[in-house]
Design a protein around this ligand. Structure first.
Ligand code: ZN
Length: 490
């Protein structure tokens, strides 16, 4: 017996040593994926450039679901035409559906596939009742304390105007691209992009265009993004989640009487289904894009986190739990389940025969709208409950995943490191939808990145109150686009 115990403890010790060995080996092999590039001298922009941006902010190009504010969009086009005259005279340009803008800067080498930079000119409304929450009026474009204030400074006029400034600067410097550059600025991204991005993409398809890569608005340079990492992270969106809202309902033949209720009621049955869905979330996955993110940030982390991220085979369970704890990280490891609407009953003493809920799902690449419906139906496991798409025209599958070995990713990474030195660049998953989803047929490699460095609390300004951009960020943004064109099109 003693012998057996000794043997067993030796065996356990051996297993322990092997595990430790593997942990150390993986740690040592977990090498940096960062590129070393010399930083580019920071751009200093004139007050004229800042004033131009603030004038663009003052034009309230708000998107509404049911109408278009033609005065505002005409004013914006007039503003672009009169301020970017060199762009207009050197680049081919045309409008799509009156208000979306397309530019083409022909390259000297027609054998090179063109690239496309995208952005959108429309903004979300402020709501008159919310104006008092703003420190500066939302369409004032005020320049104060090193910031330019107003709706559109972070979403998405900074990208539109910043790209135009960069191209105008390159023209003034006498730069001529080898590779053809396209610019496309949709005017209705905030309400779906049907008349802007979708129409432009259709036009490009008809022309038989295929892009080396496409860059749209998206993820950011984030400070304090992850525990165990001191440097800011340049998050380069290589895919975006899908979207669907499911309508989940029950209709009973007889609701019963509220003075003598049956054991199960419509509201009770539906509530149980919702509870079951919330308590059985979609599986968490730390492979896929989350895995690629960890492969890029992990080697730059402190000892503890580097060990954990290098050994996801061992610490995967703990890691998933940790990531699931915060909504922002939970969203990158799974398809999320968000009950958003409930409807049942008409009077306090009448049992309803019908009850319905709407649940919004953001779908992880690898899953589809169909697989979400199948999983929801199986999880609820109640034949009385009907599960259907609320509105199939609003459903989208997750995007394709762009390649981190591609030319596009490499030039983005290089340009970002040149402009944001000391940050860690990593591929990431975009949680929200962008116009770029309309362009999927036009390139294998679509990226979603806005070259702006923010802290987490600043994210609430996007679509929220007190939207603003620092002048330093705006300088970097223009510098980034100038550098990106140089790196991509020379
Ligand atoms: Zn946007």
């Amino acid at each position: 017996m003693k012998k057996l115990l000794r043997l067993l403890s030796r065996l356990l010790f051996l297993i322990f040593v092997i595990i430790i060995g593997f942990v150390i080996l993986n740690f040592l092999r977990f090498s940096s994926r960062q590129v070393s590039v010399a930083p580019v001298a920071p751009l200093k922009i004139s007050t004229e450039i800042i004033e131009r941006f603030s004038a663009a902010i003052r034009i309230p190009t708000i998107s509404y679901k049911d109408r278009i504010d033609t005065t505002a969009f005409e004013a914006f086009i007039e503003f672009v035409d009169s301020n970017y005259t060199q762009v207009n005279s050197n680049l081919e340009h045309y409008k799509v559906n009156d208000y979306s803008l397309v530019y083409r800067w022909p390259g000297k080498n027609p054998k090179l596939k063109p690239i496309l930079l995208m952005a959108h000119t429309d903004v979300v409304p402020v709501g008159s009742q919310n104006e008092s929450n703003w420190e500066e009026a939302p369409f004032s474009g005020v320049v104060k304390d090193g910031f330019i204030w107003g709706r559109g400074t972070l979403d998405d006029k900074h990208n539109v105007i910043g790209i135009l400034e960069a191209v105008q600067m390159l023209l003034q410097e006498g730069y001529r691209p080898d590779r053809t550059l396209y610019l496309a600025f949709g005017h209705d991204e905030e309400v779906g992009g049907d008349f802007g991005a979708q129409a432009i993409a259709r036009r490009f398809s008809e022309q038989g265009l295929a892009f080396e890569y496409i860059l749209d608005e998206g993820m950011l340079v984030m400070e304090n993004a992850l525990p165990g990492l001191d440097q800011p992270v340049t998050l380069l969106g290589i895919a975006e989640k899908g979207y669907t809202t499911l309508h989940i309902s029950i209709a009973l033949e007889d609701g019963g009487h509220s003075s003598m209720p049956p054991q199960e009621t419509a509201i009770g049955i539906l509530s149980k289904a919702l509870y079951t869905l919330e308590s059985n979330p979609f599986p968490a996955r730390i492979d896929g894009i989350a895995g690629q993110l960890f492969d890029h940030v992990g080697p730059e982390m402190n000892l503890l986190y580097k060990t954990i991220f290098a050994n996801r085979w061992l610490f995967g369970g703990i890691l998933k739990k940790q990531l699931a704890n915060a909504p922002s990280t939970n969203a990158i490891i799974r398809t999320t389940t968000a009950p958003t609407m409930l409807n049942a009953g008409i009077k306090d003493n009448i049992l309803p025969t019908q009850a319905a809920a709407q649940i919004n799902f953001r779908i992880l690449p690898g899953e589809t709208v169909e697989s979400v419906i199948a999983q929801v139906t199986a999880t609820i496991d109640d034949e009385r409950i009907v599960v259907r798409e609320q509105d199939p025209t609003f459903s989208t599958n997750p995007s394709q995943v762009s390649d981190t070995e591609s030319f596009g990713f490499r030039v983005l990474q290089k340009s970002a490191c040149e402009i944001f030195p000391g940050t860690v660049a990593a591929p990431a998953l975009m949680i929200a939808a962008t116009d770029s989803r309309h362009y999927q047929q036009l390139s294998d490699d679509i990226f979603r990145f806005s070259p702006v460095q923010l802290q987490k609390p600043d994210l609430a300004r996007i679509h929220g109150f007190n939207e603003r951009i620092s002048i330093e960020n705006y300088e970097k943004l223009i510098g980034f686009y100038r550098q990106l064109v140089r790196n991509s099109c020379n």
